[in-house]
Design a protein around this ligand. Sequence first.
Ligand code: GTP
Ligand code: MG
Ligand code: ZN
Length: 310
Amino acid sequence: MSLPGAPTAEAARVVADFGQQLMLQRADGTRIEATARGKRRLAVTGDWVDWIPTGDRAQVTRVYPRHNVLWRQDDTRSKTFAANVSRVVVVVAALPRLNTDWLDRALVAAAAAGIEAELVVNKSDLAAEHAHTMQRLQPYAAMGYALWPMSVAQGSGLAAWTQHAQAHVSLLLGASGVGKSSLLNQLVPQAQAVTRALSAGVATGRHTTTHTTWHWLDTSQHGALIDSPGFQNFGLHHVAPEALASLMPDMAAHTGGCRFYNCGHTHEPGCSVRAALQQANAGLTPARYASYCSLHEALTHAQQTARRGG
Ligand SMILES: Nc1nc2c(ncn2[C@@H]2O[C@H](COP(=O)(O)OP(=O)(O)OP(=O)(O)O)[C@@H](O)[C@H]2O)c(=O)[nH]1
Ligand SMILES: [Mg+2]
Ligand SMILES: [Zn+2]
């Protein structure tokens, strides 16, 4: 991957992010623990950084410009997931049940970051629930997202995705318990990521994975998987409501003919999106349109709150 402001030979890649502490991997493959202070704290998994030795540790002195960065932002907090990835792999599963509001937000965040997204649909061994989930995901396939049904536990459907993943730096993103770390362990057994039965996680309200970590898929170090902790609330306050329709492919397909150039597609007369809703084959489902409207309202509210100064 070529970089803007190409890193020097001594630059290192952040391969794990523990908050103040980072793990860096140098060009020769060796790893060194690093401390990030002040603004350097902004370094996250996937970043290229410059560093200086301080005893047997490193201190980050510079974070290189990023190709891309995925993050979420709510009222009070912003959370950066990872930088310089080539794919966001949204992992969903037969269980826990698919939350389409969460999914829509994840896909919008990826689009806003300019990163292609695809969906792994895990736990096909839970046949009835999986079939139902695949059915609910059909609109997403129709709007162009690749769906990868599989059972990580049983190994079915894994081979094709594994081959495809070799060419990418994939950020695994998903709710707690969908099987992100299980998938990582299948492809990179030496990762030995901790996984945990759903009931245990739900009962304690904790997520099994607590840090975002980078794992090479092979010794040639082309492809990588980035495992991340599951979470529930996907704030999108960094996305302007006016940009939202362009970040949802099934909405964007119909925005060209609106009467007003700044149509919000919620109530305006002469709206070509709402006209498309009346057509059976337009590819925009009432559920996705409702999702757009509720997101649009939430983002408008967030924008107004920010303008009023919080
Ligand atoms: N039935 C079934 N269970 C699976 C499959 N893949 C993973 N699991 C189970 O799902 C549970 C959660 O898996 P994890 O890999 O820990 O989930 P995670 O997405 O990493 O969760 P967090 O780290 O909390 O975000 C574990 O008990 C796994 O054994 C599958 O294909 N089928
Ligand atoms: Mg995990
Ligand atoms: Zn419109």
